[in-house]
Design a protein around this ligand. Structure first.
Ligand SMILES: C[S@@+](CC[C@H](N)C(=O)[O-])C[C@H]1O[C@@H](n2cnc3c(N)ncnc32)[C@H](O)[C@@H]1O
Length: 481
């Protein structure tokens, strides 16, 4: 721990213990928006592979993959990644190769992550893999597990998973209880590794990054460059500020966010957004994001449940929507959503499109125009329409989502930047250069802060923006001739 403190000190950071939060990461110097606060390679990581979707164990690429011929479980994109992973995979491969075909199928990404955790600990203790102040197993030992607060049912599941890990490793002296507790640690400390567009690729354990606590109004953001976790400031952070990232999707009512944090991370959030729970502004925001629309199409009011439970009243114009009408519409949407999920798994984009359009139509009748579920349906429609190369309609839906993104996310949020990027790409594609420049500029202004400027993803965005600007000035010059 002392070694880690001095390594962090050099980066302008310090770890402090607070009774209500446990360990916290504080700044020892000022950080400006977009500046990297800390970055870390994973202690261990695995791609989220399934029978239908595989990724390289080294870089998470999904093309040109070859299966490890010995264990038949792990994939690589080439000899570079295979060599890089070899010290650890050599011992993992021996363990996996002992399993019969059926048992190999039960080696899920979570099981592999735990197996790799134990193997890396062993290899570090044998000095086959070097240790550093910020890369050693004692940092994993220091992680919170909340094991004494875990529900009985979950404990049973962790015990079963621990037995499976034991049967893979076959180490006589292994402590099953400790493995179960480590599964509990992974649940509240591991991170989903995403690509630059925030699509999940895998899971990794980053023991120093895991010291950072949560806020629903964070001053920092965690993104990934390959499998390296990078935390950047999204606002000016003075010396002495606590570094805070968001663990969850923050576009939700306070109740929804609190529920997610209690269930997975076992704490009650007291961030500036959460302490407003029950106050009028917070109730209104919750009713807008997750509640119903006014009966009157021209009214933008939000609805609250009547105390007699018979209906929901618009707080702006006083019109009441009956409980029955709301219930009927809500169940129609639920039924249609389940049917859509069941019937569209086979990549039938046209069928999915018409079903999601029906859901969107019903949600427009039921939900407030800033509703998150309506926004999520429109997100699905944008993706399907882009698959179908219907750029015009995709853009129309994308534009509808922007005001919701702006409402639910802070100024420098990666999802807001990415949505402007999608909008800009569609506009440019459709020849609307003027609007494309506006959208791409907004995207670049946000993503420069959250993603930095060095990744291939950001370089591509900046090039696109320059090309769009060049095209606009060319158009202008030919118009003036
Ligand atoms: C990834 S760890 C963060 C570091 C942790 N504080 C520690 O001591 O190792 C996540 C856990 O930290 C605590 N935590 C994170 N953010 C918190 C917050 N805003 N308020 C209270 N506890 C928090 C919770 O116990 C949560 O399960």
């Amino acid at each position: 721990m002392d070694g880690m403190q001095s390594a962090l000190q050099d980066r302008g950071l310090t770890v402090t213990n607070l009774p209500e939060k446990g360990r916290c990461l504080f700044t020892n110097k000022d950080f400006s928006p977009g500046e990297v606060i800390i970055s870390q390679e994973p202690y261990v990581c695995v791609p989220n592979n399934s029978s239908s979707n595989s990724r390289c164990d080294g870089c998470f690429a999904s093309s040109n993959l070859k299966k490890c011929s010995a264990c038949q479980v792990v994939w690589y994109c080439g000899s570079g990644c295979q060599k890089l992973e070899w010290k650890l995979h050599r011992v993992e491969c021996q363990a996996l190769s002992r399993l019969d075909k059926e048992k190999r199928k039960s080696v899920t990404p979570s099981i592999r992550l735990m197996v790799k955790l134990y193997l890396r600990r062993k290899l570090q203790s044998e000095m086959v893999i070097p240790t550093t102040a910020t890369d050693n197993y004692s940092l994993v030992e220091a992680l919170v597990s909340h094991i004494s607060d875990i529900h009985e049912k979950q404990l049973v599941l962790y015990a079963q998973m621990a037995n499976l890990v034991n049967s893979i490793l076959q180490w006589p002296e292994i402590n099953i209880k400790e493995i179960a507790e480590n599964f509990s640690k992974l649940a509240c400390n591991a991170h989903t590794i995403c690509d630059s567009e925030l699509r999940p690729l895998g899971t990794g354990l980053y023991p120093v990054i895991s010291i950072i606590n949560h806020s629903c109004l964070p001053n920092a953001v965690l993104v990934f460059e390959g499998r390296v976790a990078v935390v950047r400031a999204v606002q000016h952070m003075p010396k002495g500020a606590e570094v805070l990232i968001s663990y969850i999707e923050t576009a939700g009512s306070t109740m929804t966010r609190k529920k997610a944090l209690t269930e997975q991370y076992l704490f009650t959030c007291t961030c500036p957004r959460c302490i407003k729970v029950g106050q009028y502004d917070d109730i209104r925001e919750g009713a807008i994001l997750e509640g119903y629309r006014c009966k009157d199409d021209g009214c933008s009011g939000f609805l609250l449940r009547e105390s007699d439970g018979k209906g929901f009243t618009c707080q702006q114009c006083g019109l009441v929507r009956s409980k029955e009408e709301i219930k009927t519409l809500a169940s129609e949407i639920t039924a249609l959503s389940s049917k859509t999920l069941a019937s569209t798994s086979c990549n039938n984009h046209q069928e999915a499109l018409s079903m999601y359009k029906m859901i969107e139509k019903l949600q427009r009748k039921l939900c407030h125009s800033f509703s998150i579920s309506l926004m999520q349906t429109r997100e699905k429609l944008i993706k399907i329409l882009m698959e179908l190369e219907d750029w015009r309609e995709a853009l129309a839906y994308c534009r509808l989502t922007i005001p919701v993104y702006q409402r639910v996310y802070p100024q420098f949020h990666p999802l807001l930047g990415l949505q402007f990027y999608t909008c800009g790409k569609l506009e440019w594609f459709l020849g609307d250069t003027e609007n494309a420049i506006k959208s791409l500029t907004k995207a670049a202004d946000i993503l420069r802060i959250t993603h930095g400027t060095n990744s291939p993803f950001m370089k591509e965005l900046i090039i696109k923006l320059e090309e769009a600007r060049a095209e606009a000035s060319y158009k202008l010059s030919t118009k003036n001739e």
